[in-house]
Ligand binder design. Structure first.
Ligand SMILES: N[C@@H](CCC(=O)N[C@@H](CS)C(=O)NCC(=O)O)C(=O)O
Ligand code: FES
Length: 157
C-alpha cells in the first residue's frame, strides 16, 4: 500500500468551485474523498490487473498511469496540477506488478505507452491527447462532470 500512498501525494483538491454555480462545497467534499482514496486493490494478486484498473478508474475521477522517470508523465500531471484538479497517480515503475498493469492497459487502450490517462472512468489518451483536450477547453468539463455525478450519487445515498 505504501507505494500507492506515496503516488497519491501529488493529489490536489478541485478548487475551481465557483464554476459549478454556487454549489460550493459539493465538489470539494467529493474531491477530498476521492483523489486520496488509497483503498484500491491495485497490487492485490487475487484479482486480475484489468479488474484492478477498472476499480481504480471508477473510484477516482482522474487517474494517471505513469512512470517516475517519464517527462511526458510529468507534463500530464502538471496539466491537472495547474487546473487544481485532484488526481491519482499509479507509478508503474515503482510497482511490483507494473509490467502486468502495462499489459492490461495495452489490452484496454490499444497502447502500452505511458502516460495512460483516464477521466470519469474513460480513457482520454496519453500526454499529447490530454494537452490537446485542455487546449480545446474540453478537459475541465470532463472532470467537472465526474465530480457532479459523484456528488449527486452521494446525495441519494
Ligand atoms: N504521444 C504519447 C507518447 C507516449 C510515449 O511514447 N511514451 C513512452 C515514454 S515517453 C513509452 O511509454 N515507452 C514505453 C514504456 O515506457 O514502457 C503520449 O503523449 O503519451
Ligand atoms: S518522456 Fe521519456 S520516458 Fe516518457
Amino acid at each position: 500500500m505504501s507505494w500507492l500512498r506515496a503516488a497519491s501525494a501529488g493529489t490536489r483538491l478541485l478548487a475551481n468551485r465557483s464554476s459549478v454555480g454556487g454549489r460550493r462545497g459539493a465538489m470539494g467534499a467529493a474531491g477530498s474523498g476521492m483523489g486520496n482514496n488509497t483503498s484500491t486493490s491495485l497490487g492485490n494478486s487475487a484479482t486480475t490487473p484489468v479488474k484492478q484498473i477498472q476499480e481504480t478508474i471508477s473510484d477516482n475521477c482522474v487517474v494517471i498511469f505513469s512512470k517516475t522517470s517519464c517527462s511526458y508523465c510529468t507534463m500530464a500531471k502538471k496539466i491537472f496540477h495547474d487546473m487544481n484538479v485532484n488526481y491519482k497517480v499509479v507509478e508503474l515503475d515503482m510497482h511490483e506488478y507494473g509490467n502486468q498493469f502495462q499489459d492490461a492497459l495495452h489490452k484496454m487502450t490499444g497502447e502500452r505507452t505511458v502516460p495512460r490517462i483516464f477521466v470519469n472512468g474513460t480513457f482520454i489518451g496519453g500526454a499529447t491527447d490530454t494537452h490537446r483536450l485542455h487546449k480545446e477547453g474540453k478537459l475541465l468539463p470532463l472532470v467537472h462532470q465526474c465530480y457532479l455525478t459523484k456528488s449527486k450519487r452521494k446525495e441519494v445515498e
